[in-house]
Design a protein around this ligand. Structure first.
Ligand code: AMP
Ligand code: ZN
Length: 138
């Protein structure tokens, strides 16, 4: 998806409206148009990067600081018991908008927002093998 067609780039330049919560030189935050809970917010770098691993460190730093600050404000405002921070990367991971963003999702007891967490146990030796393979790939 090019910058010109990107819906979040259009929000950044004011071409598409949003329910804005916060803005500074490098970050904008606004309410998700299709929330999974009240106050569901998106924190978005103003610069267009498709995936998290493509963002330079200074962009990651400013988003990280904003996510923490905005999460506190969101949860305080809606009275949530907690929150999830989610960053989908790639179609298989559920990313629909190819402009990096963090979801802040207020959570409450029994809200059933994430009903499936398919945890399992590694077979013998697999965790060691993966830990080595991943660290060698850094
Ligand atoms: P993802 O699946 O992680 O790419 O999430 C994209 C999110 O952007 C979805 O939760 C959408 O509801 C949200 N979204 C898409 N268009 C807009 C928009 N114009 N304003 C606010 N949120 C939007
Ligand atoms: Zn964009």
């Amino acid at each position: 998806m090019s910058k010109n067609e990107c819906i979040f780039c259009k929000i950044v330049i004011g071409k598409i409206p949003c329910k804005k919560i916060y803005e500074d030189d490098s970050v904008i935050a606004f309410l998700d148009i299709r929330p999974v809970s009240d106050g569901h917010t998106l924190v978005v770098p103003k610069a267009h990067f498709e995936r998290l691993h493509q963002c330079p460190p200074e962009v990651l730093g400013s988003i990280g600081a904003c996510v923490a600050k905005i999460a506190q404000a969101v949860v305080g405002a809606v009275g949530g018991g907690g929150y999830n921070v989610l960053c989908n990367n790639g179609r298989v991971a559920g990313q629909l908008v190819d402009h990096v963003h963090f979801h802040i999702i207020p959570r409450n007891e029994g809200d059933e927002v994430f009903t499936r967490w398919p945890a399992y146990e590694y077979e013998q030796g697999r965790a060691d093998e993966l830990a080595v393979k991943i660290s060698e790939n850094l």
